[in-house]
Design a protein around this ligand. Structure first.
Ligand SMILES: *[C@@H]1O[C@H](CO)[C@@H](O)[C@H](O)[C@H]1NC(C)=O
Ligand SMILES: *[C@@H]1O[C@H](CO)[C@@H](O)[C@H](O)[C@H]1NC(C)=O
Length: 441
């Protein structure tokens, strides 16, 4: 066992380590590219802000005043250190860490542009691409700003994105749009068909949903093969199979109805009142469940309490519940066997019964003391009260007839009540029965 564990670890560990290394290297490359992109984005923001700052300071220079003096002053201010500071001061929004960072690091480079290349209009090109070297011209990528596949005009033949384009990072590979593949994104992926293709352009469209991955054209007729749940028809191509009308074997259970869907079907449970049905709702029942009957608006609850011979014992009440009914004793009555007995009477008898039980014990002991040998069970019975002389049948609490239709909770209730009553099989002779109680009182 240990050897096997050892072996498997020796096999698995290198694999795990390999996967982790691979992941981390992929992740590293991705992170690096993201960092490069972020640098370029920040640089773009900075140069854009610089341009805006220049426009702002230019306006303020022209505001009113002596034109002659202004022009002299302007000439010097336009290229002055003072204006440069004014522009750079408000360049970054207060919390832009990357922006402040870049300014701090590359302020000299910016100043160089300010002093020597103010005439070069494109600060972004000069600063971010040519000198700070974090960005590339559009649709070029990587450290040397190589052209993206299929050129800078329409990289990836217009059907994908060139990875890392515009930055000094990225692989330059095409990430194709949905439905396209290939180095130049000019091949249709599985599940798509070619609508047109020439030297420069490829158009792919998704196959119809009835097709397996391959199709030669649009619609259900374009399928090379139909998916499961669809059947080929020479006229119309792949057609949905209505599983619900296939007669050989009903696709759903008896208490469910079938709903056809495109390429498949659903089995939906019938309404609770139905035994079987053709659709949703109680009005779609074919047959009602036990305890329900067909009414005007479909299967409805049968009120068993309105029937004859239901809970007809004295002081017994009938309760109708959906799909069923149960019998219960009126207030103040307790159930004993199949009958309802006045609580007060039952209580009283319970006490007297206990008393008689005690006295019977006394009697028994006296008879033994008197030395009467062989006190038979018959003798014993003689000392018991009349009421206790009972028919076996009467004391046999068979509630099964009642329990049958009872909801769960009610059943439990009865069982509980049953527990309070002495077990007839153990002590049947001492059991009070409703009949005996009544007789006694
Ligand atoms: C290729 O197709 C596109 C789109 O239909 C069209 O604009 C272009 O002129 C075509 N090129 C050639 C070389 O036929
Ligand atoms: C009968 O007496 C016993 C013992 O005192 C008691 O536990 C039980 O609840 C009584 N039964 C009824 C129905 O009052």
């Amino acid at each position: 066992m240990e050897v096997r564990l050892d072996l498997s670890w020796r096999l698995v560990l290198p694999v795990i380590i390999g996967i982790m290394l691979l992941l981390s290297s992929c992740d590293g490359g991705k992170k690096e590219n993201e960092a490069i992109k972020k640098k370029c984005d920040t640089c773009r923001t900075v140069t854009k802000g610089f341009k805006e700052g220049m426009e702002r300071t230019a306006r303020s220079m022209y505001e009113g005043g002596d034109a002659d003096w202004e022009e002299k002053k302007l000439g010097s201010y336009a290229t002055s250190e003072m204006r440069f500071i004014e522009v750079t001061e408000s360049l970054c929004e207060s919390k832009e860490h990357d922006c402040h960072n870049l300014l701090e690091k590359e302020e000299e480079l910016l100043e160089q542009w300010w002093k020597e290349h103010l005439e070069t209009p494109d600060l972004f090109q000069w600063f971010c691409i040519d000198n700070y070297k974090v960005c590339c011209p559009e649709n070029t990528y990587g450290p040397d700003c190589e052209e993206c596949p299929y050129g800078v005009e329409r990289p990836c033949k217009g059907a994908g994105k060139c990875m890392g384009a515009g930055t000094r990072g990225g692989s330059g590979k095409c990430k194709c749009n949905a439905g396209y593949k290939g180095d130049l994104c000019d091949i249709c992926k599985d599940g798509y068909y070619q609508v047109m293709k020439n030297e420069t352009h490829t158009t792919c469209k998704a196959c119809h949903k009835a097709c397996t991955a391959l199709c030669t054209g649009g619609g259900p007729k374009g399928c090379k093969k139909c998916k499961v749940g669809w059947l080929w028809d020479d006229e119309t191509g792949c057609q949905d199979v209505d599983e619900c009308v296939v007669e050989a074997k009903p696709p759903c259970d008896i208490d469910e109805f079938c709903e056809n869907t495109q390429g498949s079907h659903k089995c939906v449970a019938c309404h609770g009142a139905c035994d079987s049905c053709l659709g949703e709702g109680k009005d779609k029942c074919v047959k009602c469940k036990k305890g329900y009957e067909m009414k005007e608006d479909g299967c409805g609850d049968t009120d068993e309490c309105e029937q004859e011979n239901i809970c007809e014992e004295e002081h017994m009440e009938c309760h109708n519940v959906p799909g069923s009914h149960y019998c219960d004793c009126e207030d103040g009555y307790d159930r004993v066997g199949n009958e309802c007995v006045d609580k007060a009477l039952f209580q009283a008898n319970n006490e007297t019964d206990q008393a008689s039980e005690e006295s019977s014990e006394n009697l028994e002991s006296t008879t033994v003391e008197e030395g009467e040998v062989g006190a038979s069970s018959g003798d014993q019975q003689a000392v018991l009260t009349d009421g206790a002389k009972t028919d076996e049948k009467e004391t046999n609490f068979d509630n099964s007839e009642f329990r049958e239709d009872l909801p769960k909770e009610k059943d439990d209730e009865i069982l509980k009540a049953g527990q309070e009553i002495p077990n007839p099989s153990d002590d049947s002779e001492n059991m009070p029965t409703p009949q005996s109680l009544r007789e006694e009182l």
